[in-house]
Design a protein around this ligand. Structure first.
Ligand SMILES: [Zn+2]
Length: 398
């Protein structure tokens, strides 16, 4: 545990942790959260090198006293749309005054995003990232989808890639207004020239499979073309209505089917049979006063569930994972333990990552310290800013 290894740096113990969430069932109480009481975590460089009971912690160079509070993995927000300009306050206000939400509102943000400079877009992105970090998010995915031209989509991904490895090409967010009379022409662009320009900047390809956006055949064509260029699929599926998105996700081995609000029994069975994670985004249902996804039904069927913010200016303008945890517990049938797992290990599964979303030796040292004795307080004390410390890659950033 000395610092003599040179390349990895000094060691630090975070001790006197009342409740540590490891997400390793082989540790602690044997639950999925792998809870360890009176715990400590040792960090060396950007990695966790030891977890266990505080009294057994090895000697280290530095010591941080957690003061009898809770530590959990940094949140893994596997679904956001943060490269945009402008906001949609008026649309939200109108909707809360009785008007329904449709996919078309995205056009408002497309116009503002196209008109913005690179500097304006990146400043906006950075602002939301630091907002999320202060609330405990240490890994995030983000998407294009407000450019809808070859140059604007590629620009969004290039800017996003400066801040995260989890970048998703969503040229198929809606049919570009420029192609309103030629949706087939837009699909050809998304799977052709736009894909060629965007693939070098992205890891994932996504499509909004929904009435008013893209149907099942179009979604299949788009995701299949992306896969041929080395991008892995994920899908906005079954948000506003029943449809083919979820089963297409499983068929194509998408990492995640996101929203999953309107599911048939066959959709649930498909998710339970494959490796596709169901990512639930309760901020969207909150902000559109829509029906909640039934997390209990998915969990009882054995589906892996992730919880994310869907942070975007139209349908879910929150960067707060703790808020989503509270909603999931209150309105979606999740227990506090399940919701915390889904917002950490679940998010990691939705990104097919094993180095984040857990606090075990070898994992990235991404930790959140709560000003509370237990992770349960994230749902028990909704709306309270409980995150009082954040480490990312071993560095305390909050
Ligand atoms: Zn989304």
């Amino acid at each position: 545990m000395s610092s003599s290894t040179g390349t990895t740096g000094t060691t630090t113990v975070i001790a006197n942790i009342a409740t540590l969430v490891t997400n390793d069932p082989s540790l602690g109480d044997g639950s999925p959260l792998g809870l360890v009481r009176d715990a400590a975590v040792v960090i060396e460089g950007d990695r966790v090198v030891w977890t266990g009971e505080s009294s057994k912690a090895p000697a280290t160079d530095n010591r941080v006293d957690a003061g009898g509070r809770a530590v959990l993995p940094g949140f893994v927000d596997s679904h956001s749309h943060l490269v945009f300009a402008g906001d949609r306050t008026e649309e939200f206000n109108a909707r809360m005054s009785g008007r329904g939400y449709t996919a078309g509102g995205i056009r408002t943000t497309v116009a503002a995003t196209r008109a913005a400079t690179d500097g304006e877009l990146e400043a906006n992105l950075t602002r939301f990232l630091s907002e999320a970090l202060r609330q405990g998010t240490t890994t995030f995915e983000t998407k294009s989808g407000y450019g809808l031209t070859v140059a604007d989509e590629a620009r969004a991904l290039r800017l996003a890639a400066r801040h995260t490895d989890e970048v998703t090409y969503l040229g198929a967010h809606i049919v570009s207004p420029d192609y309103a009379d030629d949706p087939a022409g837009y699909v050809a662009l998304v799977t052709g020239e736009m894909l060629d320009a965007c693939a070098p900047h992205a890891r994932w390809i996504d499509v909004f499979c929904e009435k008013g956006a893209f149907d099942g055949d179009q979604a299949r064509a788009i995701l299949t073309a992306g896969r041929a260029k080395g991008l892995h699929p994920r899908i906005h599926a079954n948000q506003l209505s029943y449809g083919p998105g979820v089963q297409l996700a499983v068929e194509l081995d998408a990492a995640s089917a996101d929203h999953c609000t309107h599911l048939t029994d066959a959709d649930v069975d498909a998710l339970a049979s494959g490796d596709t994670v169901a990512t639930l985004l309760p901020g969207a249902e909150f902000s559109t006063r829509a029906e909640w996804p039934d997390a209990r039904r998915l969990l009882d069927a054995g589906v892996t569930v992730a919880l994310s913010t869907d942070c975007n200016p139209g349908s879910s303008f929150t960067s707060s994972v703790p808020f989503c945890i509270a909603l999931a517990v209150r309105d979606m049938g999740m227990t506090p333990d399940e919701a915390v797992w889904s917002a950490t290990a679940g998010g990691a599964a939705a990104l097919r990552r094993t180095d984040v979303g857990r606090v075990t030796p070898g994992a990235r040292a991404d930790l959140t310290l709560l000003d509370a004795p237990s992770h349960v307080h994230l749902a028990y004390r909704p709306g309270v800013p409980l995150v009082s410390g954040v480490w990312r890659r071993g560095v305390r950033v909050v």
